[in-house]
Design a protein around this ligand. Sequence first.
Ligand code: HEM
Length: 186
Amino acid sequence: MHRGASADADAAVLDIGGEAQPIRCLGTVRGRRALYEPLRGFEMAEASLYERVGGAFAIAAVIDHFSDAVVRNPIAGVGSKDPELDEWSRDDLGRLPGLKFMRTLWVCDIAGGPQVYAATKPGATKLGLEEAHRALEISPDIFDEVAAELARSLDHFNVPEPEKGEVLAAFAAHKGEVVEGYAGQY
Ligand code: HEM
């Protein structure tokens, strides 16, 4: 078949292991359809955020650094005016390795990695955080301080600006859930 003739009939589906993508045959080589191009409007998928930051081990290193920094932070950790966070940071550190694991899983999942987050206290959505944080009574100001700690940890590991921005945006998108338990208690 020649280029331009019956374009619709030439449309085919290329299976590259992910979602099937529509392609179009441009011509033939020795009578067989060849020289495919993606249909107009389709762009090659770029690498996921998970891949661009370096995968599970890179994410775990950032979360490890960040989680230790949050415990030491006087606004969000030991000395916080939120009595729940102050107490957690002093008395519940046996839960810190589990918290690091769960946060790493959450970030891997939201960044497009193969891991699937499974909450111990499920929220309304798969990555929902409201039930996991309700009893902690986290205020919006504390959330912002924790986001700033995350930004510092991303800088510590020299995560490039575009990826840093995407991680922080994913975090910020769940702010409403994380602060749902705050009603001016302190
Ligand atoms: C979007 C922002 C946040 C994300 C992605 C996140 C992620 C998580 C995850 C995945 C868990 C474990 C949930 C589970 O057990 O299923 C968790 C628990 C926890 N989060 Fe967050 N969190 C966020 C914001 C915050 C903030 C601002 C604080 C304040 C310091 C905080 C403190 C904690 C603590 C102390 C726990 C452990 C509770 C326990 O002992 O079970 N989180 N978080």
